[in-house]
Ligand binder design. Sequence first.
Ligand SMILES: *Cc1c(COP(=O)(O)O)cnc(C)c1O
Length: 409
Amino acid sequence: MDHVRGLKCVLCGDEYSVGEVLYVCPKHGDEGILDVLYDYDLIATRLTKEGLAHNHDYSIWRYAPLLPIREETPRPPLHVGWTPVYQSQRLGEKLGLAHLYIKDDGRNPTASFKDRASAVGVVKAQELGYEIITCASTGNAASSLAGFAASVGLRSVIFVPERAPQAKVAQLLIFGARVIMVKGTYDQAFDLCLEAAKEYGWYSRNTAYNPYLSEGKKTASLEICEQLEWQAPDRIFVSVGDGCIMGGLWKGLRDLLALDFIERMPQLIGVQAEGSAPLVRAWEEGTEEIVPLIPETLADSIAVGKPRDRVKALRAVRETGGQYVAVTDEEILEAMRLLGREAAVFAEPAGAAGFAGLLKLAQQGQIDPDERIAVLVTGSGLKDVDSAIRAVGKPDLIEPTISALRRLM
Ligand SMILES: *Cc1c(COP(=O)(O)O)cnc(C)c1O
C-alpha cells in the first residue's frame, strides 16, 4: 500500500497513517470521517489510460492502483462494477436532451450500487484478519455485504430496520447472514451496530465510518468517465441518503483530475426524497449542520434522517457547483415508469430518484438540451416489487376464453 499516504479527518484536517487508526478520527469520534490520501505521482506510473485500454479486467479491480488495498490480497470472486452505460435516445428525446446516459448499477451481483463498497470491505476485512463483518442497512448494503461475505467465506452479522423490504431480507438470509431486525429506524440500527462492533470486535462495513468503503464507491465515477471515453459528463445525477455515494463519486472525479485523465469537474446533483431531505435543507441554508428528522418516503434506501456522510456530501455538491433537489414519492414513481418504458431499466424507488431529479430540472427548463447528462440508477426494481406495482398498477385478470379477451380489448 505504498500508494496510500494516509487518512485525513474531514472535520479537523488532521492526518493519520494507515496503521494508526481503524475507522474514524480519534478526536471527533463517529463524526470524524476519514478520507484516504494518495500519492498520485506514484499511481500515475501504475495506472495510465493506455494501460486501461488494454486491460481486460472489466470490473472495479481494473482501478486497483487507485484503491486502498494490497496488491496480494485475494479479491472476491463475484463480478462487481463495469455496469452498462446506456445512451438513452428515446428517454432523452422525451426530456429534450441530446446526450443522456443511464448507468445501471442494479446490474451488480446483489443488484445494487452497494456492491462496489462491499467488495472493498471484505478485502479489507481479510487483510486485517477479521472473521466476522457487520453493518447496519436499510437493505442494500446489508444484502450486498452478506453476498460478498459469503463469496469469500466470512461471516456477517446484519442489523436492519423492521421496515426493510422483504426481498432484501430474503437476500440476506439466502446468503447466510445472521440477521438482526431492529424495532426502530435505520438510524437506530446504525448506532446499535457501531456499539455491537465495538463490544464483539467485529469489522464494521458501515460507510461514513469505515474510510475504505467510499473508495469502492468512487469506482462508479471512474467507470462513467472511461465508458464515455474520458469526456466527463457535464452533470451527474444520483440519489442521496447518507451521502456516501455522493462523496465517493466526488472522490473518484478528483482522482481523475489529479491524474489528468479528465479535463474538468462535472457538476454533482444530489436528489433526495421530499420526506427525507435533510441535505437539501442544509444545502439551501448554506450550512454543514443537519437537523435530524424521521424519514417518510417509499424510497427505503434513501430513507435516512441523519445522513452520516453529510460533510462530504455537501462539499461535493458545493465545490462542483452542483445542487440538491427534492422529489416527491409521486415523482419517483413516475421516474420508475419512464425508466422502465423508455429505457427498459427497472429501478427500485431510490434507484430511480436520481432520474426523478433530472426529470424535475428538465421540466423546469434548467437543463440545456446539449448538456451531457449521466444518471446513476443505484438499485434494481426486483428488490422492491410492492413499490413497482404501486407505480404501474395491477394487470387485467380474465377467464381463459377468447370472448372474455374480446370484452376486455
Ligand atoms: C444506499 C443507496 C442509495 C444512497 O446512498 P447513500 O450513500 O446512502 O447516499 C441510493 N440508492 C440505493 C438503491 C441505495 O441502496
